[in-house]
Design a protein. Structure first.
Length: 278
């Protein structure tokens, strides 16, 4: 008993912590089956009169716009963010870590310095630029920056991966006549796959959950992603429809959870790869 007591206490502590962390998710899933009348009166975890009316109401759409349209808009933005982030950030990271050019250290320091700038500082100048270009109420303001390596966090992450790769691989490829393009595509990209997938996970989740960006640049309801659709459920009538709001929140959470569960092992691989040396 004395030998197994620490292990038992550790398991109980972890189980208790897991229950605390998962309780909000369990409550949200359970509350999606509660009628609106139970919100405020039933504070328990389980609904007294479970119903599927909330999901039926959600699938009927909002203000004549089908719910699948909001999912499609969010998917377009999230997939576009992943593609743009992976392509642009990996190219910028390769340039900073493998190509020697004048002012590279200054530019890299300036890029890292952008991490210190709050997003709210850039809202007004960015909005003015996109308005003058006539891109308001389109997806371009939300996707253009992803294809221009403006996410310094992802560039820095990939730079650290590439710097840990043995330079002898590049030298051997250069002896065989490969240029920077061939080295980048055939050697660097396959070796930094954990960093690419880690960046994809974060880019997908951040874009899927983004509320402020679409709120600023999108005006047409048929172009709204899911975060703005949640707001419509609260504002379509004078009273908030809590049941429908929570139901669509559950549906919006499922793709993110599935995406993370499928690719979570690459996060561990990414941490392990940090110890790679030549």
């Amino acid at each position: 008993m004395r030998r197994h007591l620490p292990t038992a206490l550790w398991i109980v502590g972890i189980a208790a912590l897991t229950a605390v962390v998962l309780y909000p998710l369990l409550w949200m899933f359970s509350a999606s089956f509660k009628p609106n009348a139970e919100f405020g009166s039933n504070q328990g975890l389980l609904p007294e009169n479970p119903t599927f009316d909330n999901f039926v109401k959600v699938m009927q759409g909002i203000a004549g716009i089908p719910t699948w349209k909001f999912f499609l808009n969010s998917l377009i933005l999230a997939v576009g963010a992943v593609i743009g982030t992976v392509i642009s950030s990996s190219m910028a990271a390769y340039a900073f870590s493998r190509i020697t050019f004048k002012g590279s250290k200054i530019l890299f320091a300036a890029m890292i310095g952008t991490l210190l700038l709050p997003f709210h500082v850039l809202i007004i100048p960015q909005y003015i630029i996109f308005r003058n270009l006539g891109l308001i109420d389109t997806f371009w303001p939300l996707l253009a920056g992803k294809f221009l390596a403006t996410e310094a966090f992802f560039v820095f992450l990939m730079v650290q991966f590439i710097r840990n790769l043995p330079r002898e691989l590049d030298e051997a490829a250069r002896i065989d006549g490969c240029g920077h393009g061939r080295i980048f595509l055939s050697i660097t990209l396959p070796l930094i796959k954990p960093a690419l997938i880690t960046s994809s996970i974060f880019a997908f989740i951040w874009s899927w959950n983004d509320f402020l960006g679409p709120l600023l640049y999108l005006n047409s309801p048929d172009k709204y992603p899911l975060p703005l659709a949640l707001n419509i459920f609260n504002d379509q009538t004078s009273t908030s429809d809590y049941g429908a709001t929570i139901a669509i929140s559950v549906l919006a959470l499922l793709p993110v959870m599935l995406f993370f569960i499928i690719f979570q092992r690459f996060l561990v691989d990414g941490v392990a790869t940090q110890g790679l040396k030549g």
